[in-house]
Design a protein around this ligand. Structure first.
Ligand code: ZN
Length: 416
């Protein structure tokens, strides 16, 4: 999907403004001799921006407006290193609320609704984004923040909340508590707006049934406003995103080259009108694809598919992109298999093809050979790749207190 003429002139204006400032990106573009863009080709030659840039610019190096224009900052923590600080102008805050209200509307939520907000308030962009969008829409916000499940359920019942907003894990916990306490008949929830992350179909079904709600996946990241830049519609066919505020391109995560519409790759986002901290070609590391067809809901906002995973976790065998999460989903459905597994990938130089070996643990009560056969079949039918499968007794594979390394790839020299 190429930039339309409005988007192209918006990016051009952003760059022309940035190079006039002493901001981090202003300096980078000046050094590279970039003073605007006049074509798709010129745009695609622009350097990517990344979370590393934002860390380098800590705390406020990325700020592209005078101090008096900044009304708020948000921060994303990240697991390593310095946090990232994003400054917002009054217009940025208002634009974000407008996008968020549009998300609620797309989910069929109206000013009649009562929205219980359980994501956290504070430095990160969650709670306050849900709140601002709710107020923009004119619905009633119930600003709970996370935790205190007793109070959550009391408010949910007494105030007759019709919408719950939450992370998938907290929505699951609430669904379990509603069931345990037999409150299903006392709650009035109709819809759930859930932060878009990867969550299993099993979990989705449990939340949907347990709370009796329709589920909507909202997309966004702190670096680009926060949640609210896109959401799925009632047809549940991908996420509509707001192309009057952001431009999305999908690139090959290895080469950085744009891929054709419909093909999977990394989401790269350009903000079109952001003032405080505009970002051009920001690499999200989220994997998805543009859905080229028009949505049957009639909305003309373009769509990306549900986020498939993180590019950092993706691995490719026989030309097929795979994620550890897919393997986990698949193994969940095999009787007697533990949650531990290891994947080894190597290249057979003689036959000139990749070999993938999956090692899983199984309980002594099941037949290891039949289990291996079942896993091979599941891989073939669900992922389209047939690995070699080894089944070993439970507790054979190494345990780690930190994040376990699941995939060892011997095809690349730099991968131990
Ligand atoms: Zn739609």
């Amino acid at each position: 999907m190429v930039l339309n003429s409005t988007q192209l002139s918006q990016v051009d204006a952003q760059i022309k403004r940035l190079v006039q400032t002493d901001s981090y990106y202003g300096r980078i573009y000046r050094e590279l001799g970039i003073d605007g863009v006049d074509s798709q080709e010129a745009f695609e030659r622009l350097p990517f921006s990344s979370k590393d840039d934002l860390r380098n610019a800590y705390p406020l190096g990325i700020q592209a407006v005078p101090d008096e224009k900044v009304v708020r900052i948000h921060s994303s923590s990240g697991t390593t290193g310095k946090p990232v600080i994003i400054p917002y102008t009054a217009k940025d805050v208002d634009d974000w609320a407008t996008m968020f209200a549009r998300c609620y509307e797309t989910a069929g939520i109206t000013s009649q609704d009562r929205i219980q907000i359980t994501p956290g308030y504070g430095l990160w962009t969650a709670g306050i984004g849900f709140q601002a969008g709710c107020e923009k829409l004119g619905a009633m916000a119930i600003p709970m923040g996370p935790g205190n499940t007793d109070k959550q359920l009391q408010m949910m019942v007494d105030l007759k909340s019709t919408v719950i907003t939450a992370t998938s894990s907290y929505a699951l916990l609430l669904a379990e508590e509603v069931s345990k306490r037999g409150l299903r008949d006392q709650i009035c929830l109709k819809k759930g707006v859930i932060g878009s992350e990867r969550w299993s179909e099993k979990m989705r079904a449990y939340i949907r049934e347990g709370l009796g709600i329709e589920l909507y996946d909202i997309y966004g990241l702190t670096e680009i406003y926060g949640p609210g830049i896109g959401i799925n519609c009632e047809h549940e066919t991908g996420i509509h995103y707001w192309d009057d505020y952001i431009y999305i391109e999908i690139v090959d995560p290895k080469t950085g080259q744009p891929v054709p519409d419909g093909e999977e790759g990394e989401i790269v986002i350009t903000t079109l009108v952001k003032e405080g901290a505009p970002l051009i070609r920001f690499r999200t590391h989220d994997i998805s694809r543009i859905i080229p067809e028009k949505c049957s809901c009639g909305r003309t906002y373009p769509r990306i598919d549900i986020i498939r995973g993180r590019s950092d976790d993706m691995f490719k065998v026989h030309g097929v992109n795979m994620f550890p999460s897919q393997v986990e989903d698949l193994l969940q459905n095999v009787d007697g298999v533990s949650s531990e597994y290891a994947i080894t990938i190597a290249h057979d130089d003689e036959k000139n093809k990749d070999i993938m070996i999956v090692t899983v643990e199984a309980e002594g009560r099941v037949n290891f050979e039949a289990t291996a056969q079942r896993i091979r079949e599941l891989f073939k039918s669900r992922i389209g790749v047939t690995p070699k499968v080894t089944v070993v007794p439970v507790e054979t594979l190494p345990r780690s207190e930190k994040k376990t390394k699941r995939v060892t790839d011997y095809r690349f020299a730099d991968n131990p």
